[in-house]
Design a protein around this ligand. Structure first.
Ligand code: NAD
Length: 341
């Protein structure tokens, strides 16, 4: 491909807008279309940028000069946009979660492989330099005995978003399950146990949880915990800790600046980043660059089918455990889904 990669963004909300920024800043892309059912020509974001706004994706898919589609619509539409784009011969980058069911996930990977097209997933934490550095410490401190992650959102997403998000395990903790897979590979856990609670009555009626704690036990003793909340008053809280035989490695939050003020009254440090667009600004840019380079260099995935399937099943198991109050025997659960690695 000599020319720039012609790209279409589907869904220009919170996620679509950080992808728009990345694409605009990357020379390898030419943004041709945005498909959004609710945006109009009068909206500021449309006026400020040069793309054709569409209500449906058909015109974009019929354009032979369009090479790729970035799917950042609400989750329930991902599968349809991904499969239609792949069928039309377009490379796809999709926001998480890829699909709502195991069958959807498997069929998207199979279709992309059959067509020889790229299928990239928006697991931006894999591109974050803190978490990449943390991963590089594993050899020095292993065997790892405990992995501890705090993953708290801010601000709380709208109820409209939450109602169609799937649930907290598939919408939010899917990033944390993917981080475990990023660190450990497709190691299959023995057992998954989760508690959940909805402090927000509106969220309880969805029904969903806004707060959860998941523990995962692997063979050889490794225990992982993920604590999560839909909102943290002090900012977007994302910490990850590895505890091993030969030491500990911690990826801390990023702050708005690193100046500390010490006075007779005590110490002041700057707040942590407000939300995900600030915290993962660099990672969002890097993942989109990786997608573009993947298309140019025939590197067709950033996350494997196996990894994506494992993350999905962990989310299912955690959800099932939080509902039932029972630990889930994960190997049995995988077998019941006819999945074996
Ligand atoms: N990786 C991340 O950090 C991250 C962060 C936020 C959201 N997400 C993911 O991005 C996706 C979108 O979430 P969001 O927060 O941007 O939601 P949002 O509600 O802010 O934006 C969704 C956009 O899609 C448009 N839309 C609605 N129905 C559509 C349809 N059928 N076709 C095309 N466009 C449609 C809406 O008008 C809106 O502009 C979700 O799947 C979510 O899981 C990922």
């Amino acid at each position: 491909m000599n020319k720039k990669i012609g790209v279409c963004i589907v869904g220009l909300g919170r996620a679509g807008r950080f992808h728009l920024k990345s694409i605009k800043n990357l020379d390898i892309f030419h943004l041709k279309y945005v498909v959004d059912t609710q945006l109009s020509e009068d909206d500021e974001v449309v006026q400020q940028h040069d793309f054709k706004l569409l209500k449906t994706i058909d015109e974009a898919l019929n354009d032979d000069t369009l090479n790729a589609v970035v799917v950042s619509s609400p989750t329930q539409f991902h599968f349809d946009y991904i499969t239609r784009s792949l069928d039309a011969g377009k490379h796809v980058f999709t926001e998480k979660p890829l699909g709502k069911t195991l069958a959807e996930i498997q069929s998207c990977f199979d279709l992309a492989a059959k067509k020889g097209l790229a299928l990239y997933l928006g697991f931006q934490r894999r591109y974050d330099y803190n978490f990449k550095t943390l991963k590089s410490t594993i050899d020095q401190i292993q065997p790892i005995k405990i992995i501890k992650t705090s993953s708290r959102d801010n601000p709380k997403p709208s109820l409209e978003y939450l109602k169609i998000s799937g649930n907290i395990f598939h919408d939010m903790l899917i990033h944390d399950f993917d981080m475990l897979i990023f660190l450990l590979g497709t190691r299959v856990p023995k057992s998954v146990f989760a508690f959940g609670h909805a402090y927000d009555e509106n969220i309880s009626t969805i029904p969903d949880f806004d707060t959860a704690l998941v523990t995962i036990k692997y063979d050889k003793g490794l225990i992982c915990s993920i604590d999560t909340s839909r909102t943290a008053i002090y900012g977007y809280d994302q910490r990850l800790e590895l505890f091993g035989e030969h030491g500990m490695a911690i990826a801390e939050n990023e702050r708005n600046h690193s100046v500390q003020l010490h006075t007779a009254e005590g110490m002041y440090i700057a707040p942590i980043n407000h939300s995900f667009p600030q915290r993962y600004k660099a990672a969002y840019a890097t993942e989109m660059a990786d997608f573009g380079n993947g298309i140019l260099n025939q590197q067709l995935n950033n996350v494997t089918k196996k990894e994506c399937v494992l993350g999905h099943l962990l989310a299912n198991a955690a959800h099932q455990s939080a509902i039932s109050g029972q630990a889930i025997d994960f190997e049995n659960y995988m077998a019941s889904q006819a999945v074996s690695f």
